[in-house]
Design a protein around this ligand. Structure first.
Ligand SMILES: Cc1ncc(COP(=O)(O)O)c(C=O)c1O
Ligand SMILES: N[C@@H](CCCC[NH3+])C(=O)O
Length: 486
């Protein structure tokens, strides 16, 4: 995700507002999401350029993607063109094996840790089933995500509930269904949660802390400093105060600290800074209350490449350096090493997804062409929200025309409904063509809206040469059915 003009740089000192007594001295914000010589560079192009993909455009597609001589692309052995014809457009294709392989890669990179898939990236029953089968847990942030997972038989003891403003329904569902851990994100939640827990029973909770580490692909997804809504500040002492209150609460069992510093973070260093600060608080809790909390959750936020040549976070390097840092920091503080949890969302599902659109109109304006497709900001709000750049590709036919500069725009009633600005498309792109947008698996459909009542696209799994519908297209009847009339 590239910062846009709207993004503010990391670096503002954390606010030191009024608050409860500070146990730790104030710490300046760490602005460390920048490459250092120690950060190994991941290979930029995962798929070698092939005869039908000379520019290596498929490097950000699922690993199974292959370009054909006719200009089509196959994913998991399924023709993208045929899938678009069979299921209609727009359609979201999801490579099941890519999701499963990424789950396994995380488990390999973090041996002994709990890996919980962040459902907010995208959740449907099949995905819940895949990640469960692969041995992952689930991070949910609403009763809706939780209930959906439960309908697939997801073991609730492997579920973690988040939310900066959990509703009574969220807390009620979590307690009724027995989620494993609830992450406390505000002082209000402590008594509110305790009040709902039956006498004589206890629930495991963690405290989400804000460590004062600035990282993330855009200002809207940075959550490691005090100027945003998530978590409890380490800097002004709110986190320490919450810990003290929870430890006094017999119905809450404080099992650890949680820290998620942001999303689309491309280097390891900010995680290490956050980890050190979190271990620092674990040590102070031990010193002050005599309790060594047994768990530490470092959240998710691992960057993926959206366009060929972009940098993704090296998960193996992250795993080994986090382990080493945790062991070292705990040894220095004479703490037992806590059980680690991580919560990747995008890193598991983003590159497994491909959105396929049909071109409806083409216009020429100034030096560019505008290629209007049958989806847009209602299925992918990310370019409008964060200025994210994608690498769309014409699929289904080969063009001999020279490429020209184009904006791929959506069909919605906003001039800002641009899916991919300033990309190269064949000069003869025309209505009826198919345009595929890779890296569409995370935060597209989970953030989709009902704008202009066009209906949300279906989701199709591609597995071993076969395509199957996972989520059907939202119909007019679905949308109108909610409107109960005058
Ligand atoms: C608490 C928490 N965990 C995990 C994630 C997953 O983030 P990502 O999809 O960037 O890995 C998020 C979203 O940013 C989050 O808020
Ligand atoms: N929605 C963001 C990521 C936010 C992560 C959730 N806390 C994106 O599309 O990149």
């Amino acid at each position: 995700m590239r910062p846009t003009a709207a993004a503010t740089p990391c670096g503002a000192a954390p606010s030191a507002g009024p608050g409860p007594a500070v146990i730790a001295p104030p710490v300046p914000a760490d602005t460390s999401d920048a490459p250092t010589p120690r950060d190994p560079q991941p290979p930029e192009d995962r798929t070698a350029a092939s005869p039908h993909d000379p520019a290596g455009e498929l490097s950000v597609w699922p690993a199974s993607a292959r370009a054909t001589a006719e200009g089509d692309v196959t994913v998991a052995g399924v023709s993208v063109t045929e899938a678009a014809e069979r299921f209609g457009t727009p359609v979201y294709l999801l490579d099941e094996n890519e999701v499963r392989q990424r789950c396994r890669a995380y488990l390999r990179a973090f041996p002994g840790a709990d890996v919980a898939y962040a459902a907010k990236a995208f959740l449907c029953r099949a995905v819940a089933h895949w990640v469960r089968e692969e041995g992952l847990g689930l991070d949910v942030c609403s009763a809706g995500e939780l209930e959906l997972a439960v309908t697939t038989g997801f073991p609730t003891d492997r579920v973690i509930l988040h939310g900066n403003a959990k509703s009574p329904d969220d807390l009620g569902a979590a307690l009724r269904l027995g989620v494993g851990r609830i992450v406390i994100d505000s002082p209000w939640e402590i008594s509110r949660l305790a009040a709902r827990i039956p006498e004589g029973t206890r629930r495991q909770v963690m405290v989400r802390i804000v460590p004062g580490v600035c990282a993330g692909g855009h200002t809207a997804v940075r959550t490691g400093t005090d100027d945003q809504k998530f978590g409890l500040s380490l800097t002004d002492g709110t986190a320490q105060h919450a810990v003290a209150r929870i430890l006094e609460q017999p119905k809450l069992e404080l099992v650890g600290l949680h820290c998620h510093i942001g999303s689309q973070i491309s280097t390891v260093k900010p995680y290490l800074s956050a980890l050190r600060r979190t271990v620092g608080l674990l040590a102070r809790i031990r010193d002050q209350y005599g309790v060594a909390l047994p768990q530490l959750d470092l959240g998710g936020g691992h960057a993926v490449a959206y366009r060929p040549g972009e940098r993704s976070l090296d998960i193996e390097a992250l795993g080994s350096r986090v382990r080493a840092e945790l062991t070292e920091a705990c040894a220095a503080a004479r703490l037992p090493v806590p059980r680690l949890t991580i919560e990747p969302g995008r890193g598991i599902i983003a590159q497994a997804g491909v959105a396929v659109y049909r071109v409806l109109a083409v216009k020429t304006t100034g030096t560019k062409i505008l290629v209007a497709v049958d989806g847009g900001m209602s299925d992918n709000p990310r370019p409008a929200l964060y200025g994210v750049r994608y690498a769309p590709r014409l699929v289904g036919r080969r063009s001999a025309e020279a490429p020209c500069r184009a904006d791929v725009v959506g069909r919605h009633c906003e001039a800002g409904d641009v899916l991919a600005a300033d990309v190269m498309m064949p000069g003869d792109v025309r209505p009826g063509d198919l345009v595929a947008v890779p890296v569409a698996g995370a935060y597209h459909l989970s953030m989709a809206s009902g704008y202009n009542l066009v209906g949300r696209p279906p989701v199709v799994a591609l597995t071993d040469g076969a395509a199957r519908l996972l989520v059907r297209r939202e119909s007019l009847a679905d949308m109108n059915g909610r409107d109960i009339g005058l």
